[in-house]
Design a protein around this ligand. Structure first.
Ligand code: ADP
Length: 501
């Protein structure tokens, strides 16, 4: 009914005015008064929307209530347990007071993006029956001095008033990207952020003086080392919880959660997907399930099948297939490059190649898909060397057939250099156990060069011995665009047999 209130008002007003004129009533004072009242009404509404902090107030008010529970978050068992333990401090407020324990004011969640930090904060609000307000560090960055600080003040004020309105004892204020306002202060220079950060610290210090509602700040960052030490002092964010990328069990759990509302075909095995998605974040896994559903829809399929999931993993990992047209020569070069990776991979890690493909995806023109391996967090020197050789395989193959490299190896080299750095940091090189900061640049460069040269040489030897494999698979790969792992292995074995005979 109220939906049509405005229309009814507009419709009846002229009728009433016409009636009053007809009756001979002087309507000038009435119109005048109505106009003044109308202006007041609109001004007060506009001020509510425009005032500092007002807009964030409106934004968070319009947010639907959150019903996120810890069960809706996959994996992260340790983070969930630690968070629940910390939150029990909020719930058992009477015991805390009786024993004189300092109330908990801030919890810092640290970890890579998309791992579920926001979800954890929402679940925390549900667990403690608190109102939930969210803001992001970047919302407080403004050109004008004092605006950020006053937004912080408004945020806490709103937290208290909303808790009072909803009859709740506590409020949780979630601040994402806290590093934007809580970055290290560089001293001397006056920065606007300083005021914002100071205001946040003041609000946090003041939290315990107001008994109810209790306010708990949960902040998230993926760059903890950037934070100002003032934020990490006891009595501020003195609880820190790491939220890591999920392990295989966690990934399976997350996939199952996001599969709940989707029809899955009989052949779907989420275990395989979980195995294939090492180092994926929760957000990426959610994206895999979503993309798989989109592939199913494109095919007008009744349910999502394993094939759709495999395509979705590729898409999230490598980007969407593109229609880029390439010349015959480019395709040949890319094919040889990918075969270089694939041969090195299969020789060094037998049965590891799942597919060699020429179809361009994202920025890559071709790719080699590897069979899922066990999650691994510890590598031996030999394993890293093998990985470097696999990465170098593409460039070495191009050199073998064209005498030169191309820009297509840039990513491979970045990977290889990253792995050399890991080796140095782990004391696996001739430098022994060193801090890279302490060694001279020349010494590091020399060792870097030596390692990469040795491994390039070893890769060249390995690939030269299998030159016929390139020659035989090239045409097939260009024609078919993809070779399955088994097809590729057959070609490799045939050549190996011939060379032995
Ligand atoms: P962060 O705050 O760490 O950057 P979010 O909590 O915003 O990440 O997560 C983004 C999205 O990713 C969520 O909306 C959810 O769909 C998905 N997601 C991330 N982690 C998980 C998880 N552990 N369980 C289920 N879904 C997850």
């Amino acid at each position: 009914m109220s939906k049509y209130g405005k229309e009814i008002f507009i419709g009846t007003t002229p009728v009433v005015i016409a009636f009053l004129i007809y009756m001979g009533v002087n309507i000038v004072p009435i119109v005048f008064m109505t106009a003044i009242l109308g202006i007041f009404f609109y001004m007060s509404r506009a001020r509510g929307g425009m005032g500092v902090g007002g807009s964030s107030e409106r934004k968070s008010r319009s947010r639907p209530p959150v019903y996120m529970t810890f069960d809706d978050i996959g994996g992260q068992d340790r983070a969930k347990r630690e968070l629940r333990e910390a939150l029990d401090f909020l719930i058992r407020a009477d015991d805390i007071q009786r024993l004189g324990i300092r109330p908990l004011k801030g919890i810092l969640l640290t970890g890579p993006p998309g791992t579920g930090k926001t979800l954890l904060a929402k679940a925390a609000a549900h667990y403690t029956n608190s109102v939930f307000l969210a803001a992001s560090g970047s919302e407080f960055v403004e050109m004008y001095v004092g605006v950020g600080a006053s937004r912080i003040r408004d945020l806490f004020k709103e937290a208290r008033s909303r808790a009072a309105k909803d009859n709740k004892d506590s409020a949780i204020v979630f601040i994402d990207e806290i590093d934007v306002i809580g970055g290290k202060r560089d001293g001397g220079q006056h920065r606007e952020y300083d005021q914002t950060l100071n205001q946040l610290l003041t609000e946090m210090d003041g939290i315990h003086t107001a008994q109810t509602p209790r306010v708990l700040v949960i902040a998230a960052t993926n760059r903890k080392e950037m934070l100002d030490s003032a934020l990490l002092r006891p009595g501020r964010f003195d609880r820190q919880i790491e939220v890591d990328l999920p392990d295989k069990k966690g990934r399976l759990h997350i996939l199952r959660i996001h599969a709940k509302n989707k029809p899955l075909a009989e052949d779907v095995d989420l275990e395989i997907v979980a195995r294939e998605t090492f180092q994926f974040s929760g957000a990426q896994l959610e994206s895999v399930m979503n993309e798989a559903a989109i592939y199913a829809m494109r095919e007008e399929a009744e349910a999502i099948s394993q094939k759709h999931l495999t395509l979705a993993v590729d898409k999230v990992m490598l980007g969407e297939k593109t229609d880029r047209e390439s010349t015959q020569e480019e395709r040949e070069r890319v094919a040889l490059h990918e075969l270089g990776h694939a041969i090195a991979a299969e020789v060094l890690r037998p049965r590891s190649v799942a597919q060699v493909a020429l179809s361009p995806r994202g920025k890559a023109l071709g790719y080699v898909r590897h069979n899922p391996q066990q999650d691994q967090y510890l590598y031996t020197k030999e394993q890293i060397e093998h990985q470097i050789m696999i990465a170098l395989g593409g460039a070495v193959a191009e050199e073998m057939f064209y005498g030169s490299r191309s820009t297509g190896s840039r990513n491979d080299f970045e990977q290889a250099l990253g792995m050399v750095r890991t080796m140095m940091d782990a004391g696996l090189t001739r430098l022994g156990i060193v801090d890279r900061e302490m060694a001279t640049k020349e010494r590091l460069m020399e060792e870097n060069r030596a390692i990469l040269e040795e491994l390039t040489e070893a890769t060249r030897k390995l690939l030269e011995e299998r030159r016929p494999v390139f020659e035989q698979s090239l045409e097939l790969l260009i024609r078919e665009e993809t070779l399955s792992g088994d097809e590729f292995r057959k070609l490799l074995q045939q050549c190996d047999k011939k060379s032995i005979a």
